[in-house]
Design a binder for this molecule. Sequence first.
Ligand code: BGC
Length: 321
Amino acid sequence: MTKIEGKIVFGIDIGGTSVKCGIFSREGELLYKDEIPTRTQEAGRFILEDISRHIAELSEKNSIEKADVLGIGYGVPGPVQEDGVVNGCVNLGWGKIDVAEQSRKLNGGIASAAGNDANVAALGEFWRGAGRGAKSMLMITVGTGLGCGVIVNGRVVFGAHGAGGELGHIPLVSGLTEPCNCGKTGCLEQAASATGIIRAAQRKLKESDEPSVLRGKDDFMAKDVVDAARNGDALADEVLNYSCRYLAQGLAVAAGVVDPEMYVIGGGVSKAGDFYLDKIRSAYRELAFYASRDAKIVQAALGNDAGMYGAARLVLGSMEA
Ligand code: BGC
């Protein structure tokens, strides 16, 4: 590990199973990263304490003095208001909680800020990844859920209730009967997330006897569907086209609201690269209003680290404001 010197920032990305912890220089260089498990038991009440303990251990190990820590930024998988108050987070078992305030209390008053996981991932890509140099962008993270972050004039759109950019829950998908995690039915997330891809494939397998390499497999991942489609499996390809068309429709709707310069697609499924992105690109070109049609759609550059980068940037930005 490189020796950590000078002023640093912690970028913490809280997920449903693990918490990614990064130490960054003020300029945004990732100096160190690791993970700790997310203890979601008892309504997630240990999570922030665990993180604080880990920060203390990492600081001790690397001789980081409190005065060297500029701030601690957090990404949380649920709606977070601009003041760092989480407006309920089903994934972690949290109700309404002021993460920024709790963090300051637990970490001796160090400046703290929190944002939605997908919003901070977008900020990370904007700062140090695929969105560098853009003025506005919209990032989609295709994972268990469908995350989305919107940046306009260099700033994250938090929204009045912390739900700015909750594209995963716009009502778009018809013909579904099962409810989304949020309680509604027909959310974009139900078709376009990794979980949505798996569900759509399972439905299709049940509804027809079309041959497919996915048939007979108990457990498959979204990546298996993508790989099968790439290898010419017609059923898997149909599923992916369905999912990508809905995703593109979501982008076309968002284009009518924010008209971003570019779209960045991240999350595990996006690693399939152009094979996946081209499906979204062609459907988007068909569905978006003509003026927004030429916006670029690119693959994310920071992989799983985007949330940590953005969390660090968020707290730095809150101090500049
Ligand atoms: C949640 C978002 C979150 C996304 C990715 C969605 O279901 O509503 O707040 O950003 O999943 O974790």
